[in-house]
Design a protein around this ligand. Structure first.
Ligand SMILES: C[S@@+](CC[C@H](N)C(=O)[O-])C[C@H]1O[C@@H](n2cnc3c(N)ncnc32)[C@H](O)[C@@H]1O
Length: 239
């Protein structure tokens, strides 16, 4: 059986877009929030862990002048994303790059993508890094943003208490049932993942810890524009 990189989740990449919507409550709404938090006049957007390109597509639809540079270490995910971007006619405005964003955080000079991004976004990817690397990545992101630029990340968060962990778990199970399936059925499509590069299995941090990391590296304003049980969109601006 093929071993997947952390974050690819499903054994068959073609299952991702349907199965992630069954596995996680309000996936589309979560990505929409990120997209809405970017100025529609944005020109340069960096996406970390683009997967099958769902967030990229929403950004390209909403920001007509945006060029998106999308990093992902999985050739399977990038190939799938490229097919969808091309089918939508956005190939001139989207560049997929096969690389580990942890490596970029530590060695920015090895990736020729420049700085001065109007926005940096990510969804369901950064939680695979150790907290120490999350901090380094947030610092690299801050240094890569133009003045007034913003960063928005959607990720699962560490439940604030054992009781809330149960509440969040039940909400996910109920969501899957509302989608006409259940989590056991969806999880039967999950592949075997091993540690790869800077990422490994989920390494969740609390929302509070994420916000503190962002403040520590110099985001002057931090915010949480969306939270639904154990999923959150958080980020901030540099001025
Ligand atoms: C769960 S998927 C989410 C994809 C997409 N952002 C979305 O919301 O649909 C996580 C993606 O992050 C990528 N990823 C995880 N760790 C990474 C790393 N260290 N460097 C680059 N890509 C990474 C995986 O390959 C995968 O495509």
């Amino acid at each position: 059986m093929q071993q997947l990189f952390p974050g690819e989740i499903f054994a068959n990449t073609a299952d991702f877009d349907t199965s992630i919507r069954q596995m996680l409550p309000r996936y589309d709404e979560m990505l929409e929030v990120i997209t809405r938090c970017l100025p529609s006049t944005s020109r340069r957007i960096l996406e970390l862990g683009c997967g099958t390109g769902e967030l990229s597509l929403k950004i390209l639809n909403r920001c007509p002048d945006a060029q998106v540079i999308a990093l992902d270490y999985s050739p399977r995910m990038l190939q799938f994303a490229q097919g969808k971007i091309t089918a939508c006619g956005y190939q001139q405005r989207w560049t997929g790059i096969e690389t580990d964003f942890g490596h970029w955080a530590n060695n920015p000079e090895t990736l020729n993508i420049g700085t001065e991004f109007d926005g940096c976004v990510s969804s369901l990817a950064i939680h695979h890094l150790k907290d120490e690397m999350k901090l380094k990545l947030f610092e690299r992101i801050r240094q890569s943003l133009a003045q007034g630029g913003c960063f928005w990340n959607a990720d699962p968060i560490l439940p604030e208490s054992p009781a809330l962990a149960e509440v969040y778990k039940a909400a996910r199970e109920e969501w899957a049932v509302q989608q006409g399936t259940n989590l056991t059925e969806v999880r039967s499509k999950v592949g075997v993942t091993t540690t790869y590069g800077y990422s490994s299995q989920d390494r969740l941090a609390t929302l509070e810890a994420h916000l503190q990391m962002l403040s520590k590296v110099g985001f002057e304003t931090v915010a949480v524009p969306w939270k639904y049980y154990g999923l959150s969109v958080f980020g901030g601006w540099v001025f």
